[in-house]
Design a protein around this ligand. Structure first.
Ligand SMILES: [Zn+2]
Length: 183
C-alpha cells in the first residue's frame, strides 16, 4: 500500500463530511423497505444471478447512498473507493435528472444483455474506482480487482449489462496504462 489505512480513513471521513454538507444522505440499505423490495425483484429477474444486492452492493439513487450491512467492517480503502464510485453516480443523477437517469440505466436499449447506457454510466463510475485504487495501492491494487471489475459488466451482477469481456478488458487495461504512465 502506498497510502496507510489511517490516511485512507482520513480521506473517507473528509469525503463523508463533504457529501453530507451537500445534503447527500447515507442510509443502511437493509433497513429501507424499497431496497428490500428491489433485492427480491432482482433475485427473481436475474434467476438468482444477482442475489446479494442487499448484502454486497452499495447503491445510489438520486441524492441518497444506500450502504451495505457490513459497511463499518469494510477497510477504509474499500469504503473510500466505494464512496468515490457512488459520488460519480450522484453527479450523473444531478446531470441527467432522476427519471431520465433511471430509465436509461435500467432499460436502454435493453434491461438485460445489452444495456449500453448502464455500461457507460458504470464504466464512468468504475473508472473512478480504478483511479482511487491506483492512488491508494498502485498497480498491485488495480491488478487485484481487475477480474472482479470485468465480471461486474459481463455477469448477472448488473444484469449482464455488457457481455463482451474483451472490450471491457481493453478499456480496463488502457485506463490502468494511462494511470501508470501519466502524460
Ligand atoms: Zn456503480
Amino acid at each position: 500500500m502506498q497510502v496507510s489505512g489511517q490516511e485512507a480513513e482520513a480521506r473517507y471521513r473528509t469525503l463523508v463530511a463533504e457529501l453530507e454538507a451537500e445534503g447527500v444522505r447515507l442510509l443502511p440499505k437493509d433497513r429501507v423497505w424499497h431496497q428490500r423490495v428491489i433485492d427480491v425483484l432482482l433475485t427473481i429477474v436475474t434467476l438468482g444471478a444477482q442475489g446479494s444486492f442487499l448484502d454486497r452492493y452499495v447503491t445510489t439513487i438520486g441524492r441518497t447512498i444506500y450502504l451495505t450491512p457490513n459497511w463499518a467492517s469494510r477497510t477504509a480503502a474499500d469504503r473510500y473507493a466505494t464512496l468515490r464510485h457512488e459520488a460519480v453516480h450522484l453527479r450523473q443523477f444531478r446531470r441527467w435528472g432522476l427519471v431520465p437517469m433511471a430509465v436509461a440505466y435500467l432499460l436502454l436499449p435493453l434491461p438485460f444483455g445489452l444495456a449500453w447506457f448502464r455500461m457507460r454510466l458504470e464504466r464512468e463510475a468504475y473508472a473512478e474506482t480504478v483511479r482511487i485504487q491506483h492512488e491508494l495501492g498502485g498497480r498491485a491494487a488495480t491488478d487485484a480487482i481487475r477480474a472482479h471489475v470485468i465480471r461486474q459488466f459481463t455477469s448477472g451482477s448488473y444484469g449482464w449489462m455488457w457481455p463482451f469481456p474483451r472490450s471491457i478488458a481493453r478499456w480496463y487495461d488502457g485506463l490502468v496504462d494511462s494511470l501508470d504512465h501519466p502524460l
